[in-house]
Design a protein around this ligand. Sequence first.
Ligand code: C2E
Ligand code: MG
Ligand code: MG
Ligand code: MG
Length: 277
Amino acid sequence: YAAKEGRNRWSVYRSGLEQASRSRLERVQDLRQALRENQLSLVYQPILPLRPGFPPKAEALLRWTHPTRGPIPPSEFIPLAEAYGLAPTLDTWVLKQVLRKMPPEPFEVCVNLSTLSLQDAHFMKWLTRAVQGERRDPTRLHLEVTETALLRDLETARRHLEAVQRLGVRVALDDFGVGQTTLAYLNRLPVDLLKVDRSFVGGIGSAAGEALLAGILSLAKGLGMITVAEGVETAEQLAWLRRSSCDYAQGYFVGKPGELGQLQASLAKARLTTHLP
Ligand code: C2E
Ligand code: MG
Ligand code: MG
Ligand code: MG
């Protein structure tokens, strides 16, 4: 056993070294190859409504499984794609998959947009046409953007987002609270949903943390936004969020990212364990 464990440790160590020693250029070439050779896939994480009458949602999350190096996390390859201008290509791939095969009714689906895509007029034009095309219901699609992406060029971002909102697509501000948005900006942004970063959910259980999170939720409510809490990992956090009139909960306690076909079952299980209708 020790020998086996030693070998595993060694291979983990070695693959770390390999990663580090491969230049960024080599790794972005790997990513281009991944796009060509079908190494990418999507998983979907359920987003549980905490209030009656709200439809469930699911967030599409990109996965890359390299044939020899194994799974490579988005935290590694998304920044790489951004740095090399490949992000709109990735986002196009994701949106095509999602639009071709939507989660089952009544799920709404959230797709992450990178900073580069949001600022890219060509990408946004393509997206508009893709959403308008055929007989898809655009109101079932949400686009998630970050504060960084919005603030890169606020006027361009606003123009692009308002254009997709006119189609019925809704906009979510992702990871809210850890970026550079000042509260003063919030009512000037074309945002329908606020996804509160999981660091705030981690504060549930401490008086100061709860005061902060309650403040964010009531502010979002006051601005007419739908609230989603990210990174919900415990029953206590979920109960607190329900009591505090948060609209949605997302996190490992509700359900981990998984296959499209698992969404219904994972939502049903979450409803059972949380005694939600
Ligand atoms: P995000 O958009 O904030 O997505 C949520 C991340 O938190 C996901 O990580 C998810 O697996 C993780 N997560 C969910 N519940 C919990 C929880 O209870 N605890 C903890 N600790 N984590 C939780 P993932 O899939 O590794 O994605 C990381 C980031 O990569 C995403 O953060 C998003 O910014 C980016 N990303 C993922 N897929 C795409 C994509 O298709 N396009 C773009 N542009 N970015 C993507
Ligand atoms: Mg997201
Ligand atoms: Mg997020
Ligand atoms: Mg996050």
